[in-house]
Write a protein that binds this ligand. Structure first.
Ligand code: NAI
Length: 358
């Protein structure tokens, strides 16, 4: 166990003085929707993470089997699986530090993420109520689509129940970031680089609201890259999910790449909980999470939008800083401008859904 933890200890140590209390902290991770296409591989990756000491899985079906299967893997996390009867959600959430939500219905060909809204909104609202009552201090990572609306739903439920902490609520947009790195590495003809390539992706998590800031890529695009090639690359990042929906031909949407991306973001959050400093990742957050950073970003965007995805610095209490977009090109400014009306509409849809339900 100690040997497995060493790389993590070293990375925490490099980031500043060791906070032993944080480092020794046990971490209970929860997956809601754990028996699904995303939920199962995500739970596998969390079970493989030596920083997780307890893993609780919840779904309306099959979690005892998934938990029994994972529990045979020789890593530290103790695994439990729960179903709705006998207060299963409450038992799952008791003592949770981080709750990842991939519960819901995936997209079928021809459906947009917003078509999913009605079904998934109800599921997320129910689960958010459970988290707010049992684990209000947990970090909540929302994967269920449409993320642009489901994150405001969680926020509104938490507000209604008087426990909203904007620093602890995150929409998982990491798949867009992972796709951008992969697609840029393909353009550069070097897939081996994909792990190193960092492209901030800002805005939201659906179609035109996804804005890759390719001008800020750690590895610049070739100078010969034409406007048409640029437009095609932006479109591929924005609508990458459609490639998977089409290829799966009715069998669902991205699950394996999403599980990878979800585990990557969850691991960053866990490392931050454990005291590692300077972890920055794009995520869709409430601009109230860092009022100074949020208003600087709102000023840049020239709008009072409530949620936006930007580079966010994480700490043991959640969001430390929301980074502004910084210097972006005219083309990127146009993409941000196009994203805002759609994003605003999506946020209102989520907020209204909860207002009508109470
Ligand atoms: P899936 O249908 O394979 O799995 C969903 C799971 O949620 C099922 O096991 C189902 O039983 C469970 N579930 C349904 N209602 C529940 C409830 N009330 N409580 C607990 N569990 C419940 O779907 P998949 O492919 O895993 O996708 C899940 C969600 O993730 C969808 O909304 C999908 O659109 C979204 N997604 C998000 C992405 C992102 O980048 N944020 C990328 C890909 C998918």
């Amino acid at each position: 166990y100690v040997r497995e933890l060493l790389p993590e200890v070293n990375s925490v140590a490099k980031s500043g003085p060791l906070q032993l209390d944080n480092l020794a902290r046990m971490v209970k991770a929860v997956v809601l929707g754990a028996a699904g296409g995303i939920g199962q591989p995500l739970s596998l990756l969390l079970k493989a993470n030596p920083l997780v000491t307890e893993l609780a899985l919840y779904d309306i079906v099959n979690t005892p089997g998934v938990a029994a299967d994972l529990s045979h893997i020789a890593t530290p996390a103790k695994v439990e699986g729960y179903l709705p009867p006998d207060d299963g959600l409450k038992k799952t959430l008791t003592g949770a530090d981080i709750v990842v939500i991939p519960a819901g219905v995936p997209r079928k060909p021809g459906m947009t993420r917003d078509d999913l809204f009605k079904i998934n909104a109800g599921i997320v609202k129910g689960l958010a109520t459970g988290i707010a009552t049992t684990a209000p201090k947990a970090f909540v990572l929302v994967i269920s689509n449409p993320v642009n609306s489901t994150v405001p739903i969680v926020a509104e439920v938490f507000k209604k129940l008087g426990v909203f902490d904007p620093k602890r609520l995150f929409g998982v947009t990491t798949l867009d970031v992972v796709r951008a790195s992969t697609f840029v590495s393909e353009v550069l003809g070097n897939l081996a680089l994909s792990k190193e390539i960092v492209v901030p992706v800002v805005g939201g998590h659906s179609g035109v609201t996804i804005v890759p800031l390719l001008s800020q890529s750690s590895h610049p695009l070739p100078s010969s890259f034409s406007k048409d090639q640029y437009d095609a690359l932006v479109k591929r990042v924005q609508f990458g999910g459609d490639e998977v929906v089409k290829a799966k031909d009715g069998a669902g949407s991205a699950t394996l790449s999403m599980a990878y991306a979800g585990a990557e973001f969850a691991t960053k959050v866990i490392r931050a909980i454990k005291g590692e400093k300077g972890i920055v990742a794009p995520s869709y957050v409430s601009l109230e999470a860092d009022t100074a950073g949020g208003s600087a970003l709102a000023k840049e965007l020239d709008t009072q939008i409530a949620f936006f995805s930007s580079n966010v610095e994480l700490g043991p209490e959640g969001v430390v800083k929301i980074h502004p977009l910084g210097k972006i090109t005219e083309a990127e400014q146009a993409l941000v401008k196009a994203a805002i009306p759609e994003l605003t509409k999506n946020i209102d849809t989520g907020v209204n859904f909860v207002a009508e339900a109470y």
